[in-house]
Ligand binder design. Structure first.
Ligand code: 4AZ
Length: 264
């Protein structure tokens, strides 16, 4: 997260981190993810490229974690670790630099226990709209970071950032035009967001991939994006790009209902 702040403990209860080692002192998260059901994580497909069954078995999914590189939360039972049973990659995922349908679902070996610090995010039941106020969270660098951003529709004229740090109007361009500059395509399965805090432009960055773009809507926290890509981080003319959750709802439901075979 660029220009975020330390998140409150046990606020973003659906945020998980993906790690390849157990020891919290050395296990740097390689990606984030979101708990959408007690036994299911939605993350980015690009987090799992070149994965095989042996590598998959080593992935540690940690929920309820706040402070990285510390044993305290695991010792107190606040954070819980699970392994991955199966991986499902979206059938339309493309590995291009600007990944389309950058979604993967992880079935956990055992459900996460719901607690004060571990919970699930809601899936959207309506379309996202430009100007929506959302939050981005990521497990870097030391304490879980958070920031507010506004959702920018690919065909909108602009948007207003309504985060709690600062309100600011952003340029009268849309995401497609921003990225036309660098020859990258913004598809219907992507949603762009950027914002500004007192510290500067808020954005996701490397290590945040797979994590949530979450929007509070009438008291419900709705997962609207999966952190996917962008040109650099925190640049005014390159908003963060997220895999748009509404574009994958049928696939998500079909996978969780056991109607689709896993790739790993
Ligand atoms: C990445 O490399 C990445 N600024 C994630 C998000 C963004 C850029 C890069 C958005 O995982």
């Amino acid at each position: 997260i660029v220009h975020g702040r330390d998140a409150g403990q046990c606020v973003w209860r659906w945020q998980v981190s993906l790690r390849s080692k157990h020891d919290p002192k050395i296990a740097v998260p390689f990606c984030g993810g979101t708990l959408i059901a007690p036994g299911w994580i939605l993350t980015a497909a690009h987090c799992l490229t070149r994965m095989n069954v042996c590598k998959m078995r080593r992935i540690r999914v940690v929920a309820g974690d706040w402070k990285q590189f510390s044993n305290e939360e695991a010792a107190s039972g606040m954070s819980v670790e699970r392994r991955v049973r199966q991986i499902f990659t979206h059938p339309l995922y493309s590995k291009e630099a600007s990944s389309d349908f950058d979604f993967a679902l992880l079935e956990l070996d055992k459900e996460m226990p719901m607690s004060d610090c571990i919970g699930v995010a809601c899936l959207p039941t309506s379309a996202d709209k430009p100007g929506m106020e959302c939050n981005i969270t990521g497990p870097t660098p030391e304490v879980l970071q958070e920031a507010s951003v506004g959702v920018l529709d690919v065909r909108s004229d602009g948007f207003e950032e309504l985060g709690d740090d600062l309100v600011q109007l952003v340029d009268n361009n849309d995401c497609e035009r921003y990225y036309a500059e660098s020859n990258e395509t913004i598809t219907a399965a992507m949603v762009c967001a950027n914002g500004i805090s007192e510290a500067g432009i808020t954005d996701t960055c490397q290590g945040d991939s797979g994590g949530p773009l979450i929007c509070e809507e009438s008291g419900r926290f709705v997962l609207r994006g999966v952190t996917s890509w962008g040109d650099g981080c925190g640049l005014a003319h390159f908003p963060g790009v997220y895999a748009r959750v509404t574009s994958a709802l049928d696939w998500i439901h079909n996978v969780m209902e056991g109607l689709i075979r896993s790739d790993l």
